[in-house]
Design a protein. Sequence first.
Length: 166
Amino acid sequence: MGQGKRFLRPPGARPEKEFLARCLQCGQCAQVCIFDCIKMRRGFNFFVAGTPEINPKQAPCHLCMRCSAICPSDALLDIPIEKVHMGYAKLDRSKCYTWTGELMCRSCYERCPIKWRAMYLEGGMNPVITDQCAGCGLCEHVCPKGAIEVIPTRFQQTRTDSSEGA
Ligand code: SF4
Ligand code: SF4
Ligand code: SF4
């Protein structure tokens, strides 16, 4: 599992400072995740070691919401899917098969678990990500061109539009 800085917290996570103050490092969120996408962070940083992280390149979240429902300390809040903002997906149109006209690809759109609100196809073809994106990372995981990257929002209270191409 990646130990880089670009990791996501599970859905429902409080803002980072509050999250760290509440997380018991019990691992119940990871145990309940049937998609095995939550890993407990390793390393020597006392404050973050043992807390849950998601790396969407390796295993994205499927928004089943089991982890946030089970968290015993409410470090993860049991919120509805429409309130989840683990991150926001940024699509680089200059890399995307469809936007560049190389191939017709809709992998990201097909796999988005909330595509009715987080994505649409411009002109019935080109994927666009809206500001309703939950940041689950499924689109990043399936994109064959590496055109999508989810930017974590754990240090942010507000979000910016994510659908612009680079
Ligand atoms: S919402 Fe489901 S898939 Fe996503 S991290 Fe939690 S348990 Fe895993
Ligand atoms: S656009 Fe990507 S990151 Fe956002 S909800 Fe859909 S699949 Fe998840
Ligand atoms: S999966 Fe990647 S290449 Fe395919 S349409 Fe989406 S962004 Fe473009």
